[in-house]
Design a protein around this ligand. Structure first.
Ligand SMILES: Nc1ncnc2c1ncn2[C@@H]1O[C@H](COP(=O)(O)OP(=O)(O)O)[C@@H](O)[C@H]1O
Ligand SMILES: [Mg+2]
Length: 283
């Protein structure tokens, strides 16, 4: 949506040596129509703190981009939203994480049903060693979403259509998913994620293993999916953040520094650390 102006990127880097973390993110971290809200979220791996006191909302049906230097905690925060971090022994999450006003970490919240509502797409496409059909049918079968074969067929077809893959695979649904190209595999993983009708899709650098054409297809898809889903996408490509998101969150060493309209982040960032990052001073 936003083009990052060239002269801005080439502008002289500013001094950041004295840059301070804000106590709370500057900009517009909060929204009215919350799908997800995070309050005072801290994440630790053993003694090491990876996320510091993050407060931010994600609005219903928005695409929010998360950017920042490698190791700043983007994946950690994303994984805390669907409790993927539960599988990491040393990882502890504190604070309030809400999905539609319900505590994601409440004892009555079942992580498996949570992950059906909050799906995830990873950096490296990871289709199951199964057929294309069975990759997409896996979740609906697991969650008992289809009674008859015809219903399952319908879910598989619809999901593949939505993921922009149907015309390429309709005649080879019985072939292994791992035989597809990288970009097709990633769209298959997206089809697999949307087959169980999630409300939120978390994407962790979904295009970093893809070529520019496959990347463009995924970006197109994100724009379409955002009509029905809430999407949080981690990306190391600022151009991608600018193309797909309406708000962008900038993280620095585990601190959320700034959340603003994407265009503002890339043309007139409020915080000097954000400015230093987008002007290429570090990252
Ligand atoms: N499983 C883990 N065990 C211990 N430390 C981890 C683990 N995963 C990530 N970290 C640490 O947490 C910090 C944030 O990492 P990560 O969330 O992967 O950052 P990003 O996705 O922004 O590159 C880093 O210092 C990283 O080394
Ligand atoms: Mg990461």
């Amino acid at each position: 949506m936003t083009n990052v102006p060239e002269p801005f990127l080439k502008r002289d880097a500013i001094a950041i040596d004295n840059a301070k973390y804000p106590d709370q993110a500057v900009g517009v971290p909060f929204v009215d129509d919350q799908k997800i809200s995070l309050r005072n979220v801290n994440v630790f791996y053993g003694d090491k703190q990876a996320i510091f006191d993050v407060n931010v909302d994600i609005a219903r049906n928005e695409v929010i981009a998360m950017i920042g230097p490698s190791g700043c905690g983007k994946s950690t925060l994303l994984r805390s939203i669907n409790r993927m971090n539960d599988t990491v022994e040393s990882c502890k999450v504190s604070g309030e994480l809400m999905l539609d006003g319900v505590d994601i970490y409440a004892s009555k919240m079942d992580p498996v049903s949570l992950r059906a509502r909050v799906g995830m797409v990873f950096q490296k496409p990871n289709p199951f060693p199964k057929t294309i059909y069975d990759n997409v049918a896996y979740g609906p079968r697991l969650h008992g979403l289809a009674g008859r074969r015809a219903e399952l067929d319908e879910i598989v077809e619809t999901s593949l259509i939505r993921a922009g893959l149907w015309t390429e695979v309709r005649d080879r649904l019985g072939e292994p998913g791992t035989g597809l190209s990288g970009g097709q595999q990633q769209r298959l993983c997206i089809a697999r994620a949307i087959a169980i009708s999630p409300e939120v899709i978390l994407m962790d650098e979904p295009c970093s293993a893809l070529d520019p054409i496959a990347t463009a297809k995924i970006e197109e898809l994100i724009a379409e999916l955002s009509q029905n889903y809430t999407i949080a996408i981690v990306t190391h490509s600022m151009q991608q953040a600018a193309r797909v998101s309406s708000r962008t969150a900038y993280f620095h060493l585990g601190h959320l520094i700034e959340v603003n309209d994407t265009e503002k982040v890339f043309t007139a960032p409020e915080h000097e650390l954000t400015e230093a990052y987008i002007t290429g001073r570090f990252g």
